[in-house]
Design a protein around this ligand. Structure first.
Ligand SMILES: Cc1ncc(COP(=O)(O)O)c(C=O)c1O
Length: 358
C-alpha cells in the first residue's frame, strides 16, 4: 500500500529494516550514542549550530512537541498570540486554554491567508494591558495545504520584540524555515512526516537562551528538563528506542539523498505531477500552487462523487488518500507526496483516478 496521507509515510526498506536493531536498554551508553546521533542529525538537517540550538526529543506524536513548546516556552507571566487558519492553529489555542496560558487568537477562514495587518494590530495592542511575549503559527497548515509564510511574521515579531513559535510538524525536513531570523524561538516537529521515520518520537528545536527562561507547566513534556538531561546523555523516561533507530536511519538517508533542498525538489516534482494530472481530469486544486506547501495539497471533490467512493476505489488499488477536515470534509480531499513515493506511483494513481471518473 502507498500512503498519500500526511504521515505516517510509506517507509524505505532501510528504515523498515532498522526497526529490527538489537535490543537496547535506554540506560546504556549505546542508547545515548543513538540519542546524540539523532539530536545532531536533526540540527544538521537545517545546518543549525548546536551551541545556539538544542534539538529535544520526546516520545509522543507531533502534538506532544507542540504542547511541550507552548507550555514550556511561553513564560509563567507571558502571553501568546495564536494565528489560526486551520485545525492545527485551533489545536494550539486549545492547548493554551487547557493549561491556562494567557492567549488570544487571530482567527481566519480556513481557506484564507493569515491577515498580517490584524496580527500586527493585535501584537501592538497587547493582551489586557500586558505585552504578548510570543506569536505562534502553523507553518504548513495541513488542513488545506497552505504554507503560511514565516518571514513576514518573523519580521513583525522582531518589530514587536516577541518570540516566534512554529508548529513545523508537516514542513520540517522539506520546506525552508527561517532559523536565521533572531525572532524565531523554536519549532515543533515529528519523526514520521517529511523526515520519513516512524511515528513515536517528536521533537522541539529551540534556541538555547529561550530554554533558559522556560516555564514548567507540564511534567512529562517539560522541555527544559528534557533538554538538560539529553545534553547530559541522560533521559528522564523510557524513550521509544526502536523509533529512535528508525529516525537515525531516516536521517542518514535524508543526508545521503541531498538533505532538505533535495527533499523539497523531490516533493515539488511529485506534487506538480499530481496537480497537473488531476487538472487534466477536471479536478481542480483548492489553492494556487504558489500558496501551497510541496508536502500536501487539497483538491475539490469532483461533482457527483463522494470522498468515500473515491477513497475506497483508490484503497482497493493500493493508495491511501486523505479526507478534508471539519467543514471541508464534504468538498475537498488531500494528497500528500511524503515518503517512499515515485513518479511511477503517481502515474498509476492518476490512471486509477481517470478510471474512477470515467
Ligand atoms: C501541522 C500539524 N501540526 C500538528 C499535527 C499533529 O501531529 P500528530 O497527529 O502526530 O500529533 C499535525 C498532524 O498531521 C500537523 O499536520
Amino acid at each position: 500500500v502507498i500512503l498519500l496521507n500526511p504521515g505516517p509515510v510509506s517507509l524505505s526498506a532501510g528504515v523498515r529494516q532498522s526497526l529490527l536493531g538489537p535490543d537496547l536498554c535506554h540506560r546504556e551508553s549505546e542508547f545515548y550514542d543513538l540519542q546524540d546521533e539523532v539530536r545532531a542529525g536533526l540540527l544538521a538537517s537545517y545546518q543549525l549550530d548546536p551551541g545556539l540550538w538544542s534539538a529535544v526529543l520526546m516520545t509522543g506524536s507531533g502534538t506532544a512537541a507542540v504542547e511541550s513548546m507552548l507550555t514550556s516556552l511561553v513564560p509563567e507571566n507571558g502571553a501568546v498570540l495564536i494565528c489560526e487558519n486551520g485545525v492545527y492553529g485551533q489545536r494550539m489555542a486549545h492547548i493554551c486554554a487547557r493549561y491556562a496560558i494567557a492567549h488570544e487568537r487571530v482567527r481566519g477562514e480556513w481557506l484564507q491567508q493569515l491577515d498580517l495587518a490584524q496580527i500586527e494590530q493585535r501584537l501592538a495592542a497587547g493582551l489586557a494591558a500586558a505585552r504578548f511575549t510570543h506569536l505562534a503559527v502553523v507553518h504548513h497548515e495541513t488542513t488545506t495545504g497552505r504554507l503560511n509564510a514565516l518571514a513576514p511574521l518573523a519580521e513583525l515579531c522582531r518589530e514587536h520584540g516577541v518570540g516566534l513559535l512554529v508548529d513545523a510538524v508537516s514542513s520540517f525536513g522539506a520546506e525552508r524555515i527561517e532559523f536565521g531570523d533572531p525572532s524565531l524561538s523554536a519549532i515543533a516537529a515529528t519523526a514520521n512526516k517529511c523526515l520519513h521515520g516512524v511515528p513515536g518520537i517528536a521533537f522541539v528545536i529551540a534556541r538555547r537562551p529561550a530554554l533558559a527562561g522556560a516555564a514548567t507547566r507540564a511534567y512529562y513534556l517539560d522541555l527544559a528538563r528534557l533538554a538538560q538531561l539529553q545534553d547530559e546523555r541522560n533521559t528522564p523516561f523510557t524513550p521509544a528506542v526502536q523509533v529512535c533507530y528508525a529516525l537515525a536511519a531516516a536521517l542518514r538517508e535524508f543526508a545521503a539523498q541531498g538533505g532538505r533542498a533535495a527533499r523539497y525538489r523531490r516533493y515539488a516534482a511529485l506534487a506538480e505531477q499530481v496537480r497537473q494530472g488531476l487538472a487534466g481530469l477536471g479536478v481542480g486544486a483548492v489553492l494556487p500552487p504558489e500558496e501551497c506547501s510541496v508536502v500536501l495539497r487539497s483538491y475539490r471533490l469532483p461533482h457527483g462523487h463522494t470522498y468515500k467512493a473515491l477513497h475506497d476505489v483508490l484503497k482497493r488499488a493500493g493508495f491511501i488518500i486523505y479526507a478534508g477536515q471539519g467543514t471541508l470534509a464534504d468538498s475537498i480531499f488531500r494528497i500528500s507526496t511524503m515518503g517512499e513515493v515515485t513518479t511511477a506511483d503517481i502515474e498509476r494513481l492518476l490512471r486509477c483516478c481517470k478510471d474512477f471518473l470515467g
